[in-house]
Design a protein around this ligand. Structure first.
Ligand code: ATP
Ligand code: MG
Length: 264
């Protein structure tokens, strides 16, 4: 299986949107895709759950504590993507869960290995902003990172925070391929936006996976409880995400370790 983590030091930059739409674009190319929500906000389901009335459905938190099986916690989402939502949790249970995850550094690696997914599967992990036990777990299994940032100085300034974690948890692993970047919500009509975008392009070079334009279709699709691909199949955003997914596939194809089994 191939494991991709969508990460950022900052909140609200589009991690969940990027995770969901990369999953959909990869599924459209015929790959089996499992989307895992590692963020207690439990928001990935708004993008991917085929039936939002199943909002109280079991999730990762329930399977982790043995209240249901992992299969029961997964649901078939839009466009054939399989979704493992985070699930609903109260503050005390969340603190307990985080304590258990901190004490079991390889919990996610072991859990993913137990799924016995097909070799050509993609697992995409949505993470909360900034350092957390969820991000540590994700980075310990991630082969390719998608660092999401906005074309603004604030996003750029926070890049070292995730870079330090990538250095610690990813780079020492033989199966790690690369940290790539998606610049989200680009707006060519704004001068400052264009200037920062150019600086980021120069700075990131081949690490840039792609640029996703700010596109009303993204927020409108979310408000309509559907996917951008359903809502506006010919939108700029769908094109941009398809391009990012192609580049992601190219990274795996070019990596000598692509397709290897989960490494511990
Ligand atoms: N390319 C885009 N065009 C227009 N709106 C977008 C785009 N990407 C994201 N958004 C909007 O920006 C908001 C934040 O996106 P999202 O929830 O994906 O960010 P996040 O990084 O996951 O946030 P959090 O840190 O809270 O998890 C949402 O309302 C989403 O619809
Ligand atoms: Mg999010």
């Amino acid at each position: 299986m191939r494991v991709v983590s969508v990460i950022a030091a900052k909140g609200g930059v589009g991690k969940t949107t990027v995770t969901a739409n990369l999953c959909i674009a990869l599924a459209a190319s015929g790959r089996p895709v499992l989307a895992i929500d590692l963020d207690p906000q439990n928001a990935l389901r708004f993008h991917l759950a085929a039936d939002l009335r199943a909002g109280d459905a079991a999730g990762l938190v329930d399977a982790e504590r043995g209240a249901c099986s992992w299969t029961q916690a997964m649901q078939r989402g839009h466009h054939g993507v399989v979704l493992l939502p985070f699930g609903a949790i109260d503050d005390e249970a969340q603190i307990d869960l985080e304590g258990r995850l901190a004490a079991q550094p390889h919990w996610l690696a072991d859990t993913l290995a137990s799924f016995r997914l097909p070799d050509d599967s993609f697992v995409l992990l949505d993470t909360p902003p900034g350092p957390s036990v969820y991000l540590q777990q994700a980075l310990r299994v991630s082969q390719l990172n998608v660092v999401t940032l906005l074309p603004d100085a604030g996003s750029f300034a926070t890049l070292p925070i995730v870079e330090r974690m990538v250095d610690k948890y990813c780079r020492p692993r033989a199966d790690f391929i690369a940290s790539t970047h998606v610049i989200n919500q680009a707006d060519a009509s704004r001068r400052l936006n264009r200037d920062v975008l150019q600086t980021l392009r120069d700075e990131l070079g081949p690490q840039l996976l792609g640029v996703v334009q700010q596109d009303q279709a993204v927020s409108e699709a979310l408000a309509s409880a559907t996917t951008v691909r359903h809502y506006a199949p010919h939108s700029q955003a769908v094109d941009d995400f398809a391009h990012c997914a192609d580049r992601l596939l190219a990274h795996f194809a070019a990596a000598p370790v692509a397709g290897t089994h989960l490494y511990r």
